[in-house]
Design a binder for this molecule. Structure first.
Ligand code: GLA
Length: 395
């Protein structure tokens, strides 16, 4: 009995010790996760107002976009962030707190509306005194702005260099971006932190270390084949810098904005998904053709972007205007894009050994949504002009 009693007491002591250690650890983990919110484990998906609406964005436009995502299948496909880009800002009040302009009567109410749809709310600012469109930036008000965003329920901040070049030296860029990261972390609210600096200062080398969840690798995209393809196909070589929590961002989607053909938008979506890029639709979601919605929501293409391994594709072969890119996936299969940047349809051939596949493999066409059967040695397919065939290959 005595021994049992003692052993019970020592068990109690051990349990208490374990409990207090666990509590202390929870505190440490909580404090650490306040510094580095566990967001963007896969590339963020959502919508952003800029590519279609630019400064014509308003509360009504943003609500209509949230309504569309919640009801047209995009939410089920994974789109969650509803992001207001530039041109929402008004003046600061007498205590220096930023207020929206008259097109956004109540930011907290807008955030609540977006959240009521099961979606998340994104906003935009600049580390400079002015944004790119000349609105109020966060310069000298970083902490107040982060607190104001958190009070509105903001879940995502795009922070755009713009006029910061007038007040900072280029080498200060990492410290300037870290300042806002720390201000966001201090609010205790998990907020995706999206760096927008057009690829300056080789941001991929330092973006993750200062708390960035994504960083722009290029200048602004435009809704045309030359711009989109120049940006997309130039991403080769950056694959080593992307991974869960921190992504290369070749800019937002132009799918459905009207200046590219169907095949070109399919190429755009395919390339961005192979690249593990953030998927921020940039079209008018309330007035979208079914064909556009189908491109944006193909579940097998989105699964490549959202694959938990988070490996960004790289180019494994090119000859003239023809390129083959591959992306290893978490289940051991391989995603491959056979791209035709040329002006005529062309048959392209993948040597399976170039993607580490030996013997007989099965191939599935992800846009055709069909199994193509077994192949060994090579896989060949016709690829339309400015088009792509995307396959998933299992050993
Ligand atoms: C820059 C960014 C764009 C957009 C505009 C807004 O050009 O790169 O994505 O945010 O500013 O003014």
């Amino acid at each position: 009995m005595q021994r049992d009693y003692h052993s019970n007491r020592s068990f109690d002591r051990a349990a208490r010790l374990l409990l207090s250690t666990a509590l202390a650890l929870t505190w440490v983990v909580a404090a650490a996760s306040a510094q580095t919110p566990n967001v963007a484990a896969t590339p963020p998906m959502g919508w952003n107002s800029w590519n279609h609406f630019a400064c014509k964005v308003s509360d009504a436009v943003v609500r209509a976009s949230a309504d569309a995502i919640a009801s047209n299948g995009m939410k089920q496909a994974g789109y969650v962030y509803v992001n207001v880009d530039d041109c929402w800002q008004g003046k600061r009040d007498s205590s220096g707190v930023i207020q929206p302009n008259s097109k956004f009567p109540d930011m907290k109410a807008l955030g609540d509306y977006i959240h009521s749809k099961g979606l998340k709310f994104g906003i935009y600012s600049s580390p400079g005194p002015k944004t790119c469109a000349g609105y109020e930036g966060s310069y000298g008000h970083e902490s107040e702005d982060a607190k104001q965003y958190a009070s509105w329920g903001v879940d995502y901040l795009k922070y755009d260099w713009c006029s910061a070049e007038r007040v900072y030296k280029p080498e200060q860029m990492p410290a300037v971006y870290k300042k806002m990261h720390d201000a966001l972390a201090a609010t205790g609210r998990p907020i995706v932190y999206s760096l927008c600096e057009y690829g300056l200062k080789s941001v991929w080398h330092w973006g993750a270390s200062i708390g960035g969840n994504s960083w722009r690798t290029t200048d602004d995209i435009e809704d045309n084949w030359n711009s989109m393809s120049a940006i997309g196909f130039a991403q080769n070589g950056l694959e080593g810098f992307a991974g869960p929590g921190h992504w290369n961002d070749p800019d937002m989607l132009e799918v459905g904005n009207g200046k590219m053909h169907h095949e070109e938008y399919v190429t755009h979506m395919s390339l961005w998904c192979l690249l593990s890029a953030p998927l921020l639709a940039g079209n008018d979601l309330a007035k979208m053709a079914p064909e556009t919605l189908a491109i944006l929501t193909n579940p097998e293409i989105i699964a490549l972007d959202q694959d938990p391994k988070g490996a960004q594709a790289h180019r494994i072969w090119e000859e003239g205007p023809y390129e083959i890119w591959s992306k290893p996936l978490a289940d051991g299969s391989m995603a491959v894009g056979l791209f035709n940047r040329g002006e005529d349809a062309e048959k392209l051939t993948l040597r399976l050994q170039d993607v580490g596949m030996m013997g007989s493999v099965t191939v599935r066409d992800l846009w055709g949504r069909k199994d193509l059967g077994k192949f060994s040695g090579t896989f060949s397919t016709d690829v339309p002009r400015h088009g792509v065939v995307v396959v998933r290959i299992h050993q």
